[in-house]
Design a protein around this ligand. Structure first.
Ligand SMILES: NC(=O)C1=CN([C@@H]2O[C@H](COP(=O)(O)OP(=O)(O)OC[C@H]3O[C@@H](n4cnc5c(N)ncnc54)[C@H](O)[C@@H]3O)[C@@H](O)[C@H]2O)C=CC1
Ligand SMILES: O=C(O)C(=O)CO
Length: 317
């Protein structure tokens, strides 16, 4: 009988139905799991479900029963895929479930930053209006989203879905070729050219060795003055301290960050430590968080388990 252990069940909110697989199984779930608890909790497991709990080689080699890791997310950077491949552990992820939710979050951040919504809210709270003589006041830039250029890094399901929504609101969309590439595929522009030409950049590639610190001081310096950076990919794609410096210097117009190098982010994280910057918008990794998206994720998770047990794994990574 399959022994299924879900390590971080509370990442799926209670209003979402998580269908139980139809095959015979024992199910054990934990609201959350600390690194030190993983090995003990997965000792008998044949199938581990994890959203963000890290399963590295050190942990995996202590789990001889494990046959499948079902990642309850698209991003796979919390699991040592090489180890799993070499040791016959099937890994599956969830695909294309948030093509409504994430793009809406990205576009919401773009509008909020381009129109300085957070900054105006802060000024009203600080009593700035009472010092002015008019029905309105202008203390922060307000620009147009329509007609501006959006640079997209990562052209998978989310990059493409963001492109569709951005085009619908009148943005010009350009896709970046990989940073290290010497030639450009059709439909892509060189990475550096996208940095230079875009009024806003949005990140939709996976976190890997190749993409860690993809955007750091040199790349931020190449971005157009006043441009925006939106990161709903993974925190490690951006050097957080360098991003804060680019906002403080006034070179960057604003940044929207949904993901952080460590989550939950500590108060000492550079972005949290500067969360009062008027042009920095932070959300706690909730771009995927529309109920419709999470329900689609939950359904796909069960389908992945059933396909594995039926002998034809799907969404293998
Ligand atoms: N904040 C949130 O709530 C969510 C964040 N994510 C993140 O978004 C990422 C993308 O999701 P999807 O579009 O569904 O994945 P996907 O697998 O459909 O697309 C990823 C794309 O990135 C490209 N890519 C890989 N390495 C690259 C590189 N070095 N430079 C440029 N492009 C590269 C791939 O070729 C692919 O086209 C996930 O890996 C995950 O980290 C995903 C869902 C929700
Ligand atoms: O699906 C993903 O990769 C997410 O980050 C949401 O958990």
């Amino acid at each position: 009988m399959q022994q299924i252990v879900f390590l971080d069940r509370d990442t799926i909110p209670s209003q979402i139905t998580l269908p139980r697989p139809a095959f015979a199984h024992q199910w054990q779930e934990y609201p959350a799991t600390r690194p030190a608890q993983v090995v003990e909790r997965l000792q008998q497991a044949t199938i581990a479900i994890t959203n963000k709990v890290v399963l590295n080689a050190d942990t995996l080699r202590q789990l001889p029963q494990l046959r499948m890791v079902a990642i309850a997310a698209t991003g796979t950077n919390n699991v040592d895929l090489d180890y799993c491949r070499e040791h016959g552990i099937v890994v599956s992820n969830i695909r294309g479930y948030a093509t409504g939710s994430v793009p809406e979050h990205v576009i919401a951040m773009l509008f909020a930053l381009r129109r300085s919504l957070f900054a105006y809210h802060q000024d009203i709270q600080a009593g700035v209006w009472q010092e002015k003589q008019q029905f309105c006041f202008f203390t922060h830039p307000i620009g147009d989203v329509a007609g501006s250029t959006l640079g997209i890094i990562g052209s998978g399901s989310l990059g493409q879905a963001v492109a569709r929504l951005a085009s619908a609101i009148g943005m010009n969309v350009i896709f970046a070729e990989r940073k290290a590439a010497s030639e450009c595929r059709e439909g892509y522009l060189p990475f550096a050219q996208v940095l230079k030409e875009a009024d806003a950049i949005t990140l939709h590639c996976p976190l890997s060795e190749e993409t860690t610190d993809l955007i750091a001081a040199p790349e931020l310096a190449q971005m157009k003055p006043g441009s925006l950076l939106i990161n709903t990919g993974r925190g490690g794609l951006v050097n957080e301290a360098d991003l804060v410096a680019a906002l403080q210097s006034g070179h960057l117009g604003g940044a929207g960050c949904d993901v952080f190098t460590a989550e939950p982010a500590e108060p000492s994280n550079p972005l949290l430590a500067h969360a009062d910057l008027p042009n920095l918008l932070l959300t706690p990794h909730v771009a995927w968080g529309a109920d419709s998206a999470i329900q689609a994720l939950a359904n796909q998770l069960t389908e992945n388990l059933e396909a594995f047990v039926a002998g034809h794994p799907r969404n293998r990574v």
